[in-house]
Design a protein around this ligand. Sequence first.
Ligand SMILES: Nc1nc2c(c(=O)[nH]1)N[C@H]1C(S)=C(S)[C@@H](COP(=O)(O)O)O[C@H]1N2
Ligand SMILES: [Mo]
Length: 362
Amino acid sequence: MSAHSTYSQLTVYQEEPLNAGTPLEPLRRAFLTPQDLFFVRTHGSRPVVDQEAYRLVVNGMVQQQMEFSLTDLLTQFAQHTVTATLVCAGSRRNELAAVRPLSGKVLWGPDPISTAKWRGVRLYDILQAAGIEAEAQYVAFCGLDEAHEEGKHVSFGSSVRLEKALSPEVLLVYEMNDAPLAPEHGFPLRALIPGYVGARSVKWLQTITLQSQPSTNYFQDRDYKIFPPDITEETVDWTQGKTLEEVALNSVICTPHDGETRKAGPINVQGYAISGEGVPIERIELSTNQGATWLPAAITEKTDLWAWCFWEATLNLPSGDCQITVRAWDASGKTQPERVQPLWNFKGYANNAWHQIRLHLS
Ligand SMILES: Nc1nc2c(c(=O)[nH]1)N[C@H]1C(S)=C(S)[C@@H](COP(=O)(O)O)O[C@H]1N2
Ligand SMILES: [Mo]
């Protein structure tokens, strides 16, 4: 039996390390994604952590280096919940790869995305307890897992600017949807950086380090950066990339799925939309004529700023072939780019072009 048999409902792109997306139909069925349907993105080994022996270390530019057991965290600090969506920066990479090939990458569809109600303690409270020194500008996270990159063993790490780290939505979480974190999702503790690409939310969190510079960990310094379309693996100057932080405004059609055949007439179209910058989604629009005209969809479910919203619309479609396109607008008047071609980048990140499906109506 496969070690990951509990994830049999997922679309498995890679077994070891496990990389698996959530099929769009069950994804759109529940606003909070059940743990066994929650996408999994891993770069290295999955560490097995003994909860009793586990200690979180806080060090670097702090007045006092500290260590916490899980019980310490639960008893010494107030607990908070946030409903937040995690999305991998590589979501919709398959559309970028269709423009120009991307080598050695997991070719995700719009499926490395899920939402949970997370419970944990505020990073703010932990950092206050340790005492933040004046020179500290970044908070670096390091996990217990080990990946293999550029011929070396490296741990998985990230960093965020101190200002974001101190925001009230940033938690160290031990529960998702009222259950302990599953091993794949970072048991016993992970960072949760709502609104940022999933890569910043380090699982199996081992150390938190306050420092004056961003993390030099491979996954912060080289991976998860975005470069202009003319830059390739061969020509790249790693210092020139833009560090991925906030998730780009995006919307996706979940049902019907691409290539389906349906009976002509009223068709219910459903999907999700996400805005990462703490700006609410204002409007979702659908087009059946490549964007010449648009019809509004109804936003049917949303909670706080950090989670996706669900939308739906019923379109009356005549027989024949048809394409349905979706785009979202946020409250600041921002919308998604039309075409995927100009978004190509050799790492395959941040595709938020209009999402489109083809349907055949019989
Ligand atoms: N320690 C560690 N944390 C990690 C990763 C990892 O490989 N190791 N993957 C990151 C990436 S790229 C994403 S998108 C999210 C995915 O979280 P999930 O697997 O719980 O869905 O975890 C992030 N945290
Ligand atoms: Mo990711």
